[in-house]
Design a protein around this ligand. Structure first.
Ligand code: AMP
Ligand code: MG
Length: 430
């Protein structure tokens, strides 16, 4: 099969026609899991003032010994600023997050002190006001070290510093970082919309009892779930029958998304009409059929406005994947190609190479055929190695084997007998 594209060449081809979706500005809380389209600089120091990292006592001397006795002359709560400097022999009861008073050398944890002589000192401290029954004199149970339990102004972030780069996916931590900087809107790439259309005269919706030679449309659901996890916005169109008018009508609807995923109807059957309809509707074929098992019939093309024939279509560009109908083939093509396209549209940095991992084969396996095979397997980490156990599989319609798989073993093309302990590459799933 020298004329068919390899998986690597097909991935490269897909990437060559995909660019990130035009950025849009969104409120921070609407940008979770989206990808930044701008560089973010800090708006100020973090923390904005030097603060106590524990509940305890701010002391003025960095070299106090264990057993030292200090007068508590003030209390500083989070949110309050003390204008009273610390003098020798004094300390301030300070709460976590409160700004340290002028002259603070260290903060000693509350647990590393003990109250002493509560009454004898009351007179000296008559002018100080205290909440509750805090001790007026404490004894240190440890010596102090300069800077101890203090987070200095700007220790984490200095004003104007570059924080995040375009291409950064916004994790909850990133959202927190931006919130801390007072950044309320961000430029991000939107989620690609992905229309999903299953084709086949034999298909019924999953809520309907199949009769005779009918089967349930599982692909729409599998693909919808995969798109959701990949960060796309699935739009399920449903089922198109294997006839030209219905295919034309429903494919036209699907061309109003960033990606159209079709399942079925791209092989060599007499009613595999999808390639013909796509071409008719002006979708430019980029490739059809690749060197892959399962997934050989994969069709990929691009729809652009210059070859637009349907006036109701407003999208500037739609990537079209015609996935083989067998559920495992559909799923594997989604893993290898559709997810890549979604990642690139989302603005993520993506590697052309598939990120497989080295593993050791746990069982015997005989591979036959001139196509590389992605075979469902359990993965188990033992010591320094991942062991891959091929699952019992009845092939590309065996959803159970695929459902139980934690990864796919990528066996290279060619007949070969494998033995336990042989080196293989695996593509982890999820
Ligand atoms: P096709 O690619 O249309 O030749 O279909 C290949 C195989 O996949 C056939 O056995 C179909 O019945 C099955 N198939 C096609 N579409 C779906 C679907 N949406 N859900 C489950 N199986 C399907
Ligand atoms: Mg079919």
């Amino acid at each position: 099969m020298p004329d068919l594209l390899s998986v690597a060449a097909a991935r490269e081809t897909v990437l060559s026609v995909v660019k990130p979706l035009t950025a849009t500005t969104l409120p921070l809380d609407k940008s979770i899991h989206l990808v930044l389209a701008e560089e973010i600089h800090s708006t100020g120091d973090s923390p904005p003032f030097s603060k106590a990292m524990v509940d305890g006592y701010a002391v003025g001397d960095a070299n106090l010994g264990e057993g030292e006795i200090l007068q508590v002359t003030q209390e500083i709560f989070a949110g309050a600023v003390s204008h009273t400097p610390l003098l020798a022999g004094q300390c301030a009861r300070i709460m976590t997050g409160a700004p340290i008073p002028t002259g603070t050398a260290a903060v000693v944890m509350h647990e590393r002190t003990r109250p002493v002589d509560l009454t004898a000192n009351a007179e000296k401290l008559a002018n100080a006001s205290f909440s509750g029954d805090q001790p007026h004199t404490i004894q240190l149970l440890e010596s102090t070290k300069a800077g101890q339990n203090i987070l200095k102004k700007g220790a984490a972030i200095s004003a104007g510093q570059s924080l995040l780069q375009p291409g950064q996916p916004l994790s909850p931590a990133c959202i927190g970082l931006l919130a801390d900087q007072g950044i309320t809107t961000v430029a991000v790439h939107p989620r690609p919309t992905v229309a999903i259309l299953s084709t086949g005269d034999e298909l019924v919706p999953i809520g309907q009892e199949p009769v005779g030679a009918q089967i349930r449309n599982s692909n729409s659901h599998l693909l919808q779930a995969a798109i959701h996890i990949a960060g796309g916005e699935p739009r399920v169109i449903g089922i198109a029958r294997d006839n030209l008018p219905e295919l034309r009508q429903k494919i036209t609807l699907g061309l109003n998304a960033d990606i159209l995923l079709l399942s079925g109807g791209v092989s060599a059957g007499l009613l595999d009409l999808v390639p013909q309809v796509l071409q008719e509707l002006g979708v430019r074929k980029v490739f059809h059929k690749i060197r892959l098992k399962p997934g050989k019939p994969l069709w990929f093309g691009v729809y652009e406005p210059e070859n637009q024939i349907a006036p109701e279509i407003t999208r500037t560009r739609t990537l079209v994947f015609g996935l083989p109908g067998n559920p495992v083939s559909s799923g594997v093509c989604c893993e290898l190609f559709v997810k890549l396209a979604i990642a690139a549209l989302r603005g993520l940095y993506v590697e052309k190479a598939i990120s497989t991992q080295p593993a050791l084969l746990a069982n015997d396996f005989i591979h036959r055929g001139d196509r590389p095979t992605y075979f469902p397997a359990r993965l188990e980490k033992r010591g320094a190695h991942i062991w891959a156990m091929p699952l019992k599989s009845a092939g590309s319609a065996d959803l159970l084997a695929y459902a139980l798989a934690e990864g796919l073993i990528a066996f290279p093309a060619g007949d070969k007998e494998y033995f336990p302990g042989d080196n293989v590459e695996v593509l982890p799933l999820f």
